[in-house]
Design a protein around this ligand. Structure first.
Ligand code: PMP
Length: 370
């Protein structure tokens, strides 16, 4: 579908000669799309040149930071709202309520504005101020609440559900256990990756999870389409239980410790992940030191300004490449831009408070500007 758009554009674009040098994915967006939601998806797949050279593999990052709402979660936000509309759970003028680390909320706030809904967001008060500010600027009602475990009734997700129950014409979109989230990636991200690698010419896919929608949806699509050939692995930050769950063959440990990576890490197997967890071939645990170094390396070497979950994914893709051997093609997700975290990630004081200044190589310390 993308290729045919490209051909059509090239055939009719003699008045815009510069477009003929753009690759097909970029061309897919040169035609008008239907409002904000029409611009979701069709992100480029970027070859990370330095890391590819270093590993002898092709390391490719799906540029979800280029989504109209700025993150991979725009896809899930659109799908959970469409799902609620199709099921008659919300009518015009209604309210969407969600519990989120921020990115799903930002995606929802955009989608809600563009479709005329109100948006109410509950989030743990540990998340970056940039995300809270942006949500409010997009018209959402934001409730930062103490970060307590999922089995505590005051957890942000349960508060969101109760808020929706108190209102007329309101829906709790429940991104963690609503599989419309995973479907967004089965129907859009997975097929895009397949098409962008010349019909599935990739050997491995790896990414971290928050809700599990991205990993499970893409894994489901790639495993089905390649008849199990493509290796699909989980990447996990410190303080998440999924790596040990996979390595132990299904033992769920208590959550312990935490990570600087916002939006990823999980204490349970969500409904979005439940069906696909058995399809995963392996998993890697990635240290914060390596993730923060990669934030700075991607900026310095590739000019790519992404948050810590993207950097963790890239470290994991590099480790997967090393384990699989030279000549392989590995795909991962560049989840969002660093703009959402810059007051932390580029602040000496914050890095010191996390004991992470030493993780940044001396020649990259010039980027610590705050
Ligand atoms: N990275 C960031 C920055 C996120 O906000 C999220 C979503 N919470 C993810 C990665 C993980 O995506 P998913 O919910 O699909 O597992």
């Amino acid at each position: 579908k993308v290729a045919s758009v490209a051909v059509r554009c090239l055939a009719t674009s003699s008045s815009t000669p510069s477009s003929s040098s753009l690759p097909p994915v970029a061309l897919a967006h040169l035609r008008p799309v239907q409002g904000f939601v029409g611009a979701i998806g069709n992100t480029p797949l970027i070859r990370l040149n330095k890391l590819s050279q270093e590993t002898g593999c092709d390391i490719l990052g799906k540029a979800e930071f280029m989504q109209p709402g700025g993150s991979v979660k725009d896809r899930a936000a659109l799908f959970v709202v469409k799902d609620a509309e199709e099921k008659g759970l919300i009518k015009p003028g209604g309210t969407v309520v969600e519990g989120t680390a921020g990115n799903t909320g930002i995606g929802l706030a955009h989608v809600c504005r563009s479709r005329g809904y109100k948006c109410v967001i509950y989030m743990p008060n540990t998340q970056s101020q940039e995300k809270i500010d942006l949500l409010r600027m997009l018209g959402a009602e934001v409730h930062p609440v103490p970060a307590v475990a999922f089995d505590n009734p005051e957890n942000y997700n349960h508060q969101a559900r109760r808020h929706a129950e108190r209102l007329e014409n309101a829906v709790w979109t429940n991104q963690f256990d609503n599989t419309a989230n995973r479907r967004a990636h089965i129907e859009t991200t997975g097929p895009e990756i397949w098409d962008q690698t010349d019909g599935g010419k990739l050997d491995g896919f790896i990414c971290a999870t928050g809700t599990g929608g991205t990993l499970a949806g893409i894994t489901r699509y790639l495993k089905d389409r390649s008849e199990g050939r493509i290796q699909c692995w989980l990447a996990d930050p410190p303080g998440s239980v999924l790596h040990s769950y996979i390595q132990s063959g299904g033992k769920l440990m208590e959550r312990e410790g935490g990570s600087i990576t916002e939006g990823i890490g999980q204490g349970r197997v969500t409904d979005n992940l439940a069906q696909e967890v058995s399809l995963l071939d392996s998993s890697l645990s990635i240290r914060d030191e390596d993730s923060i170094e990669m934030v700075y390396r991607l900026l310095d070497e590739e000019g790519i300004y992404v948050g810590a979950s993207s950097a963790l994914n890239v470290v994991a893709a590099r480790e997967m490449a090393k384990k699989m051997g030279k000549g392989k093609t590995i795909v991962t997700i560049l989840c969002d831009g660093a703009y959402r975290y810059q007051a932390r990630l580029f602040s000496r004081k914050w890095l010191e408070s996390k004991g992470l200044v030493g993780a940044i190589p001396d020649h990259l310390k010039k980027y610590i500007v705050l």
